[in-house]
Design a protein around this ligand. Structure first.
Ligand code: SF4
Ligand code: SF4
Length: 157
């Protein structure tokens, strides 16, 4: 009988606590962001789309040694077509990374003995065509000039 008579008070208290919680959040900064118009700054170690490093003359540092392929935990992500110059140096005739298989672990970057591959901060990689996720050597080279060098230049400004 007593319990029943207390029920309306319990309901009012619960309602008041609910309103108090809502009211407290009115004065707090929102935890969400209006993406894609606004974006959070990325950590320096963020691992996005790959890029093949080029020197000042525009030559790839990659020697097609295959280390990145061997340390990649996702079989078949990296494909390298190796060629030899007249003076006996190896270079990649073609180099592809299939982002649909990549788990963005960063092993390829970490273990490359020549510092020839890096990762950009590009993460908006969705595309209607799966084939667009296969990055060829030219795209990977362009990623370096667009994202890595481009970013360096904007940070200098
Ligand atoms: S990116 Fe580095 S590890 Fe991979 S083949 Fe080229 S030189 Fe070797
Ligand atoms: S980031 Fe990892 S999974 Fe992706 S290509 Fe490099 S080694 Fe392979």
């Amino acid at each position: 009988m007593i319990k029943k008579s207390l029920k309306p008070f319990r309901d009012i208290i619960a309602l008041a606590l609910g309103h108090l919680t809502v009211f407290k959040h009115v004065f707090k900064k929102p935890v969400t962001l209006e993406y894609p118009e606004k974006k959070l700054p990325l950590n320096d170690k963020f691992r996005g789309e790959h890029a093949l490093v080029v020197d000042n003359e525009g030559n790839l540092l990659c020697t097609a040694c295959g280390t990145c392929q061997r340390v990649c935990p996702s079989f078949g992500t990296i494909e390298i077509e190796k060629e030899k110059t007249e003076d006996g140096k190896f270079y990649p005739k073609n180099y592809t990374i299939d982002l649909s298989k990549c788990i963005f672990c960063g092993n390829c970057v970490q273990y490359c003995p020549f510092g020839a591959i890096t990762m950009t901060k590009e993460y908006e990689l969705a595309d209607e065509k799966k084939s667009a996720l296969k990055l060829d050597i030219n795209t990977l080279k362009k990623n370096y000039s667009d994202s890595i060098i481009g970013e360096r230049d904007t940070s200098k400004r």
